[in-house]
Design a protein around this ligand. Structure first.
Ligand code: SF4
Length: 323
C-alpha cells in the first residue's frame, strides 16, 4: 500500500476540572496518496480535534503520525515549519478564518512570504497568486478585495487558495462547506475534486453530514465520542453498514426520490461523558441493541469483510484486527 499518511493509536486528552476529557482515543488508519478519507460524526465526536492533531495545530497525548513513512509526531520548530508546506488545513467558517484586514492577494501571498517561496522573489510569488486564484475560480479583479466584500462561496475559495499557496501534498478539510448555502456547497465540492485530481492531493474531509462525503471520499470513517466505530469504502457504507450508530446517521439523510421512504432512527438516551469515560461501548446508553456486555467491555475493531471494519459486540464472533 502506498500510504501517504498513517496514524497509529492517536490520542488527545484535555485536562478539565472534572478529569481528563478523551477527545480522540486511540484512532488508527492510513490514507493512500491521492485518496480522500471522509471522517463523519456528530458534534463533539473528536473529528475536528483529529484533523488538528494531524496538521500539528494540537500536540497529541499519545500515538504516532507517519507522513511519507517518516515519523511526524513530535516535530522540532524547524520541522514543524517545514511540515506546513506538506500539510494544510481548510477551515469551516471562511469568514472567521480569514484576516478581515488583508486583501485576497495578501491572504494568499502571506504563507509564501513566510516560507520564502521562489527564493523570496516577490514578482514570482505574485504570479503564483494569480495562478492559484485562477485555479480556484476567483477573478483577478478581486485581488484587492477584502473578505467582507465577498460572498460565502468566494470567501471559501480564498480559504482553499491559501491552503494551496504552499503547494501541499495533503489537506485536512474541516467542514469546508457546512457554513455555505446548499447551492454553493456543490460548486465548492466540485472545485475541491477538480483540484485534487489536477494536483494529486490527498484529503481528509471532516463533516457531520454523510451525504456530503458520499461522492468525494474513497473511504469513510465514522467516529463516536473519540473512537472510530466503523470504516469502509465510501460506496459500501450506503449499502452495507453494521454499526448501530452508522445506521442512525444514514437514516437522517433525506431521500431525493419521491415515494421512497427510509425509516428514521431517532437516538434516545443520554450521550456518555467523554470525561474519564466509563468502561464499555460509548454508544451503549443510546443503542437499541445494547446488551449487558456493552456496558462492561469496550468492543474491539473487527474486519467483517475486506477493508470494512467495525467496533461493536454484535460482531464479536469475528476475530479482532491487530492494532
Ligand atoms: Fe450497541 Fe453494544 Fe454495538 Fe455498542 S457494542 S454499538 S452498545 S450493540
Amino acid at each position: 500500500m502506498n500510504a501517504l499518511l498513517e496514524i497509529k493509536d492517536l490520542k488527545k486528552y484535555f485536562k478539565t476540572s472534572r478529569g481528563l476529557l478523551h477527545a480522540v482515543d486511540g484512532i488508527n488508519f492510513a490514507i493512500e496518496r491521492g485518496n480522500t478519507l471522509g471522517v463523519v460524526g456528530e458534534s463533539g465526536c473528536g473529528k475536528s480535534t483529529l484533523g488538528r492533531l494531524i496538521v500539528h495545530l494540537l500536540e497529541p497525548t499519545g500515538g504516532k503520525i507517519f507522513f511519507e513513512g517518516r515519523d511526524y509526531t513530535n516535530l522540532s520548530h524547524q520541522a514543524l515549519l517545514e511540515s506546513r508546506r506538506e500539510m494544510q488545513m481548510i477551515f469551516q467558517d471562511p469568514f472567521s478564518s480569514l484576516n478581515p484586514r488583508m486583501t485576497v492577494k495578501d491572504t494568499i501571498l502571506e504563507p509564501m512570504s513566510i516560507h520564502g517561496m521562489f527564493g523570496g522573489d516577490q514578482s514570482e510569488q505574485t504570479r503564483h497568486v494569480g495562478n492559484i486564484m485562477d485555479a480556484v475560480g476567483l477573478a483577478g479583479n478581486l485581488a484587492n478585495s477584502y473578505p467582507h466584500e465577498l460572498d460565502g462561496g468566494r470567501r471559501q475559495r480564498i480559504g482553499i487558495a491559501r491552503a494551496l499557496a504552499l503547494e501541499p501534498k495533503f489537506i485536512v478539510c474541516d467542514e469546508p462547506v457546512s457554513a455555505l448555502d446548499v447551492s454553493i456547497q456543490a460548486q465548492i465540492l466540485n472545485l475541491m475534486q477538480d483540484i485534487q485530481s489536477e494536483r494529486g492531493l490527498t484529503y481528509i474531509f471532516i463533516t457531520h453530514d454523510l451525504s456530503v462525503v458520499k461522492h468525494i471520499s474513497n473511504d469513510i470513517c465514522v467516529m463516536y465520542l473519540g473512537n472510530m466505530v466503523e470504516k469502509c469504502p465510501a460506496k459500501e457504507i450506503f449499502k452495507t453498514n453494521y454499526h448501530p450508530y452508522t445506521r442512525a446517521l444514514l437514516s437522517a439523510i433525506p431521500i431525493a426520490k419521491t415515494g421512497v421512504k427510509r425509516e428514521r432512527i431517532l437516538l434516545k438516551g443520554e450521550i456518555s461523558s467523554p470525561i474519564e469515560p466509563k468502561p464499555g461501548c460509548r454508544f451503549a446508553p443510546r443503542c437499541i441493541d445494547a446488551k449487558r456486555d456493552c456496558f462492561e467491555t469496550q468492543p474491539d475493531l473487527v474486519e467483517i469483510s475486506p477493508r470494512h471494519i467495525v467496533a461493536c459486540h454484535l460482531y464479536s464472533n469475528v476475530r479482532a484486527i491487530k492494532k
